[in-house]
Design a protein around this ligand. Structure first.
Ligand code: GLT
Ligand code: MN
Ligand code: MN
Length: 388
């Protein structure tokens, strides 16, 4: 297997909140010490991580003075330069403070909505200064437990109004951000609006500047909803809407586990890597996941290194799959070719339709075509298990 050492050119990135995650959960306290953002960025940079991502409050503590803020920004710029690490994505924490307990953009209270928009604009200024290319919107609190309290129609209107406002703000300032909305079906809310990549794509079509906005699908969130992550990512890509990705692992239909990339369902994850690499996808290979709560401070870096190593191994497996004679021969055998019919089907014209209606087909004969998927999938399994 070729070199599995991460390089800057691999464009890996991590959220600061992933490595700074202290293992707190709804039932238990922290198991790790605090990791300050500057050390965090430095440790990522040392491991050849290409970029870090941050929420406003990850970098500048909520309520910090202007003096504190300027000091942190100065230190951040220095560590970015010293360790050749970029800022890839910026986002806003619109979920932690109790002011957002019933939503930020979808709150009933115009003051809360205005405060949320102000918080985003302020952090956009900083993100642009740090060179972030993408701005993510994860509406963790935009949802309900009590459906009587809020209608989805009204909430989506408010959501849209805020997104349109912020798109215009970014354009007005020439920030050049691409916005990426991140779907999640639930948690922390009982139900979250824009639950899946499909919901987000439909919503984007209703915005004033749909080209500016794409999707940030997350492996864990798709699998929470019991969906096929590979299909989710692929449909976003096919629609030209894959603006950012969140990689990690998840057992289906549970709370957001944020497990280390590739630690669950290697096969589906393999196809996600294949999608990104075969299509030379331009974004960062971004991990959004947490170290196990049982890990100590040192183990956080095993988690970072493991995630990148698994990605590179799966990429090697993709190359193996693409050059495997047996796989390629099966793929060739299952694809039919009929230029005449393909021409008829390619475009509706009254003539094509008339011609198509005249043709006679033998469904029983067609159904006899061999589809050796047992052999194909076994081969994929053997490639992944390292015996092919
Ligand atoms: C939060 C959430 C993630 C989002 C982050 C961006 S924060 O941890 O679970 O999926 O991507 O706000
Ligand atoms: Mn995420
Ligand atoms: Mn998540």
């Amino acid at each position: 297997m070729s070199n599995l050492k991460p390089q800057k050119a691999h464009r890996f990135s991590f959220g600061l909140w992933c490595t700074a995650n202290r293992g707190r959960d709804p039932f238990g306290e922290e198991t790790r010490s605090r990791l300050d953002p500057v050390t965090n960025i430095k440790e990522l940079g040392k491991r050849n991580v290409y970029a870090f991502n941050y929420h406003d409050d990850d970098l500048i503590p909520f309520g910090a003075s202007l003096q504190q803020r300027n000091k942190i920004i100065k230190e951040t710029r220095k560590v970015m330069k010293d360790y050749a690490i970029k800022c890839g994505m910026a986002t806003t924490n619109l979920f932690y403070h109790r002011v957002f307990k019933d939503g930020a953009f979808t709150s009933h209270d115009p003051k809360v909505r205005a405060y949320a928009v102000q918080k985003v604009m302020r952090n956009m200024d900083l993100g642009a200064e740090l060179g972030a290319k993408v701005y993510v919107f994860w509406g963790g609190r935009e949802g309900t437990e009590v459906d009587a309290s809020k209608t989805p129609e009204e909430s989506l209107k408010r959501y849209r109004e805020c997104m349109n406002y912020l798109c215009a703000y970014s354009r007005h300032n020439g920030y050049g951000f691409r916005f990426a909305i991140e779907p999640k079906p639930n948690e922390p809310r009982g139900d979250i609006f824009l639950a899946t990549a499909g919901h987000v794509m439909a919503f984007i079509g209703t915005l004033d500047d749909p080209d500016m906005v794409g999707v940030n699908p997350e492996i864990e969130h798709s699998r929470m909803a019991g969906l096929n992550t590979y299909h989710d990512f692929a449909q976003c890509m096919e629609a030209g809407k894959l603006y950012h990705v969140d990689l990690g692992a998840q057992k289906p239909c549970r709370f957001d586990q944020d497990l280390r990339f590739g630690s669950e369902d290697i096969k589906e994850t393999f196809f996600v890597v294949k999608l990104l690499e075969d299509n030379h996808w331009q974004g960062t290979r971004n991990f959004d996941e947490h170290p196990y709560r049982s890990e100590d401070d040192k183990g956080v870096w095993d988690f970072v290194e493991g995630s990148m190593r698994t990605y590179l191994i799966l990429w090697e497996k993709v190359k193996r799959f693409n050059s495997d004679k047996k796989v390629q021969q099966i793929l060739k055998s299952i694809k039919g070719k009929d230029p005449f019919l393909e021409g008829l089907l390619g475009r509706f014209t009254p003539e094509n339709a008339a011609e198509l209606k005249k043709r006679s087909f033998d469904p029983m004969a067609l159904s006899r075509k061999r589809l050796p998927y047992e052999e194909l999938d076994q081969r994929v399994q053997e490639i992944l298990m390292g015996v092919a």
